[in-house]
Design a binder for this molecule. Structure first.
Ligand SMILES: [Zn+2]
Length: 272
């Protein structure tokens, strides 16, 4: 059994503030180790559950947060950007299951550090009529590769947003959100124990888990954080402007849709 673990930082126990998630802050140097230790808990759980191979994907910001020498030496590590499959790079190697560790809820919601891909650029992203956060988008991308999400960890808002998308996954609550920058967290130690157990449980039940599938071409509706941002994205000829902050585009697949969104995210840096 080959397992892919995708790790973000905003859902990690003890993380509440952007200073913990951005390079250049002393608090980030601590938080990136907390992130790596939650990844290690998931790696340990995967091997406990019988994995023969584990890939761990560093999926936050510049995609090179977790110090490689802190990570469990049994796993191979996917780091650096840009890369086509972004938060689920590694899925193309033919994995049996995907675990999402340290994830967060979507933009404009009430979760801790809630955002969708890029907090400066995107206010909401929908495939068809379904609004999705990062777990939904990347769960659907993994689904195109036939890979189910079997475990996910983050705050209570993240869990309530995503449980219906992954009904057979094992969810681990690391924190309860009380605001964008506040909440009540498990200790890092308790969080790691829960993540390890959650991965074991999720992998044990993987026969019941189904890939999240959005069939065929996708119509993506994107709301931007400002009309100026929508002006910029609509330089792309196939984008249709719906209103000041809403635009729509079609993509052949979820993978194409996610790649187009990540191109928009990169373009947005010209307006910073
Ligand atoms: Zn992140």
């Amino acid at each position: 059994m080959k397992v892919l673990i995708s790790t973000d930082i905003e859902g990690v126990a003890g993380v509440y503030h952007h200073e913990q998630a951005r390079q250049g802050n002393p608090e980030y140097e601590r938080a990136r180790v907390l992130m790596a230790q939650e990844a290690n808990a998931a790696i340990a759980g995967a091997f406990d559950a019988g994995a023969t191979e584990v890939l761990v994907n560093d999926s936050h910001g510049g995609f090179r947060n977790m110090p490689p020498d802190v990570l469990d030496a049994r796993a191979r590590v996917v780091q650096g950007k840009p890369r086509y499959l972004s938060m689920v790079a590694g899925v193309e190697e033919g994995v049996d299951a995907l675990c999402m560790v340290g994830y967060h809820s979507r933009a404009q919601g009430r979760g801790i550090l809630a955002h969708t891909i890029n907090s400066f650029a995107f206010a909401s992203i929908s495939l068809g009529n379904q609004e999705l956060g990062e777990a939904g988008l990347y769960g659907a991308l993994a689904g195109e590769y036939g890979v189910p999400v079997v475990m996910a960890s983050g705050d209570d808002v993240f869990i309530s947003e995503n449980q219906a998308l992954f009904p057979h996954a094992s969810f681990v609550q690391t924190k309860k959100a009380t605001g964008f920058n506040s909440g009540v967290s498990l200790s890092p130690e308790q969080s790691r124990q829960a993540i390890r157990a959650g991965v074991i449980e999720g992998l044990a039940a993987r026969a019941h888990a189904r890939p999240l599938v959005f069939q065929g071409p996708q119509v993506v509706t994107l709301r931007t954080q400002s009309p100026m941002m929508a002006d910029l994205f609509c330089q792309w000829p196939s984008f249709e402007r719906v209103d000041g902050v809403t635009l729509r585009f079609s993509a052949d697949s979820v993978e194409s849709a996610v790649r187009m969104l990540n191109c928009c995210s990169a373009m947005s840096s010209m307006l910073r």
